[in-house]
Design a protein around this ligand. Structure first.
Ligand SMILES: C[S@@+](CC[C@H](N)C(=O)[O-])C[C@H]1O[C@@H](n2cnc3c(N)ncnc32)[C@H](O)[C@@H]1O
Length: 375
């Protein structure tokens, strides 16, 4: 929290009868900055999540101004677990203040971690999960701040405005584990590439806009209909085996997968004679995407491909590629649809499935005779 502003009790809407303690205003100086961010929120009924609400100054401001037409807020605060007079009074005041806004609101009177776990589980069954605006303003401990950020990030929709308070707090040294900056910096490093930083280096708060998809990242036992494969996050593994002659077609092929497939993708390229220059050109030709990885694998010395040629490289997959399930594509395959459809193909117990070349009547292999179809 910044130094409280000594000001007369102020409310964003004077017609409302808010109960705020005048010496405990750690928020009003942010109002102008925040108003400029409101156009980033495109939802007609913004959903707001706040960790650390005190008497509800920031919460009532967001309900009055961001949720002017429609919207809602969830406020998390432990209120000293109602074990102190001060905690109970703060809870009474925020309950009154949020009701005064006339907007939809909910108070979770817990410590942030259990409260966020409640929300994570609830959001899994929601038709429109996630929040458009998240304000992390609870504990100042670096590890608490990191964990608040982590759990809340999973609840933030793509495009959400995500604000950490107290990045430039002056009460503890900035490198102390009792300062939120240390936790926020760890968060920023971990999620590099998943946000745009909106605040300037001199700003008191760290303000981000999330650019990655929302992903809660776990499932609950009670809900059997959830997509387990997606939650496990293993993604799709594609293998090519190419030499220099196929570097360019393979680059086109990988790009065509990326254009149709949103799922996490790892492409393994078995190096059957690529120069360093081929590898870097191939890598540079592809878009960088947080859920895409490109791995070059070298062949072991004395293997069949080294002795008999690249056409045998498919047989090396089981020994060279470090994953259990792969989709092999020829280097000149152009994908015209989401490769997940192929990846999800049920092999019905077979260790291998293959597809006949278009226009070619030769079966690659059958397990039920030519009449039984090729797999
Ligand atoms: C600076 S105040 C919040 C100010 C508020 N956003 C406002 O605009 O007035 C910090 C709040 O975080 C709460 N808090 C601190 N640690 C917490 C935790 N681990 N879980 C939940 N709430 C916490 C405190 O009870 C306090 O009300």
């Amino acid at each position: 929290m910044a130094s409280p502003t000594e000001s007369p009790d102020m409310a964003t809407d004077k017609a409302k009868d808010y109960l705020f303690t005048s010496t405990q205003d750690w928020f009003s100086f942010n109002m102008e900055t925040w108003r400029k961010l409101f156009p980033l929120v495109t939802s007609k009924a913004p959903r707001v999540l706040e960790i650390g609400s005190w008497e509800g100054r920031s919460a009532t401001f967001l309900l009055d101004e961001l949720c002017r037409e429609d919207g809602s807020i969830v406020c998390i605060d432990h209120f000293d677990l109602m074990r102190s007079d001060a905690g109970r009074e703060r809870c009474r005041n925020i309950t009154h203040n949020l009701a005064e806004t006339g907007k939809t609101h909910r108070i979770l009177d817990h410590f942030s971690f259990p409260a966020l776990m409640i929300l994570l589980e609830e959001e899994m069954s929601s038709a429109e999960p996630g929040f458009d605006w998240v304000y992390v303003d609870g504990s100042h401990e670096a590890d608490d701040t990191l964990l608040d950020g982590e759990l809340a990030w999973r609840l933030a929709r793509k495009g959400a405005v995500f604000i950490f308070d107290d990045y430039d707090w002056n009460v503890e040294p900035q490198d102390s584990r009792h300062h939120p900056k240390r936790g926020i910096d760890a968060f920023l490093s971990l999620h590099d590439g998943e946000y745009t930083r909106l605040s300037s280096p001199s700003q008191y708060q760290m303000i981000l806009q999330k650019t990655s998809d929302m992903c809660i990242g776990f499932l609950v036992k009670e809900k059997a209909d959830q997509d387990l494969a997606h939650a496990l996050g293993y993604g799709i593994n594609v293998v090519y085996a190419i030499d220099s002659g196929y570097a360019m077609p393979a680059a086109v092929s990988v790009r065509s997968i990326l254009e149709h497939t949103k799922e996490r993708l790892t492409v393994y390229i078995i190096n059957c004679g690529l120069a360093d220059d081929d590898k870097s050109k191939l890598r540079d030709s592809l878009p960088s995407r947080e859920n895409f990885g490109l791995v070059f694998l070298d062949l072991p010395s004395g293997c069949l491909t080294r002795n008999a040629g690249v056409v045998w490289a498919k047989l090396e997959i089981a020994t060279v590629v470090p994953v259990e399930r792969v989709l092999y594509l020829d280097g000149d395959t152009l994908l015209r649809a989401d490769i997940k459809r192929l990846w999800d193909e049920d092999l019905r117990g077979s260790p291998l499935a293959a597809v006949r070349d278009v226009g070619c009547s030769v079966l690659l292999y059958t397990h039920a005779g030519p009449a039984g179809g090729s797999r």
